[in-house]
Design a binder for this molecule. Sequence first.
Ligand SMILES: Nc1ncnc2c1ncn2[C@@H]1O[C@H](COP(=O)(O)OP(=O)(O)O)[C@@H](O)[C@H]1O
Ligand SMILES: [Mg+2]
Length: 371
Amino acid sequence: MITLKNIVKEYDGKQEGSKAVDGLDLEIKKGEFVALLGPSGCGKTTTLMMLAGLLKPTSGEIYFGDRLVNHVEPKDRNIGMVFQSYALYPHMSVRENIAFPLRERKMPKKEAYERAREISKVVQIDHLLDRRPTQLSGGQQQRVAMARALAKNPEILLLDEPMSNLDARLKLDVRDEIRKIQRNLGVTTIIVTHDQEEALAISDRVAILNGGKIQQYAPPNELFTQPINLFVASFLGNPPMNLVDGVVEEKSGNQVVVTNGFEYSLPESRKLDREHIGKQVQFGIRPHDISITTGEDPRGIRVKVDLIEHLGSGKLVKAIDSEEKLESMIRLLADNETPVRSGETIFIRFRDDKFHLFDKTAGGLNLMQYR
Ligand SMILES: Nc1ncnc2c1ncn2[C@@H]1O[C@H](COP(=O)(O)OP(=O)(O)O)[C@@H](O)[C@H]1O
Ligand SMILES: [Mg+2]
């Protein structure tokens, strides 16, 4: 298990109060695949570099198992690392590149080359061992970098945006590959990425960072369906979650979210504590949690279709409330067979088990209790 306890990192010369990493706590289980996900500058690489030992935390502790490693040199940490720029040595063959960290550790050449051959099989580049990096495609170079990181049989694999130089199609293959290799070897892996799809697809758990702080650390599905705050909710999802300003009111025994465009009465099972009545909130619902209904539906909301985008797998419908008072359109997903045209009036319905309410007065905290 890897444990980060209250890690703070301030770079020299940075303004006071601006911490690259700001009180980070994280636990990563043995064999787990964890992603650090967040916008550019949120502290992902800094965190990874501290795990690698290439940077020292300003305060806080890093443990590998029971062992405090704050002052352990990178070479004594038993980690493998793949950076965004793979930095392969161009004058060396693939074999020599992979064997390089072993040769540095004084492993005899024969043994190091044998190990390089073994690990090159795992990442399926054993037919390329005599080539130079320049004679390889981007995907193959990426595999060489993986093989080099894995050659030492590390306990921990650290990957910093390892796929950002690959084209979209190749990314999908490579990320499956990375996941498979990781499973087979059982190596604890931490990947840094700003690509939410990649993080969600590949990881056991994802830590979402913003401003040097962890916002939420959970399995992908939980992050998506039970976001702890507005940041997580709006960061994840494409098309993004619909967010509408509103106020929670009590009307004849019901709790109702009143917005400029519609009123939504909370179902009995998802009522808020009374203390929240009168609060300014953001009502959130994901596009695929909105369905098209009929005018007879008592929970239907009348809207006008403004735009339709064809996604191939379905349609993205952008609708505006009938009075056109909402600040932004409501996006919903419909299948290709649903007959819906721009300009037409339709009725939509929110899934009662899927909406969220974010407290505008408390940093966007999600007020829904998940049971
Ligand atoms: N060597 C450095 N010196 C000063 N500030 C740095 C240095 N490296 C990163 N930072 C700052 O620390 C913050 C976090 O950076 P980083 O960890 O690289 O973010 P990420 O990898 O999430 O994009 C940013 O504000 C960045 O500008
Ligand atoms: Mg980075």
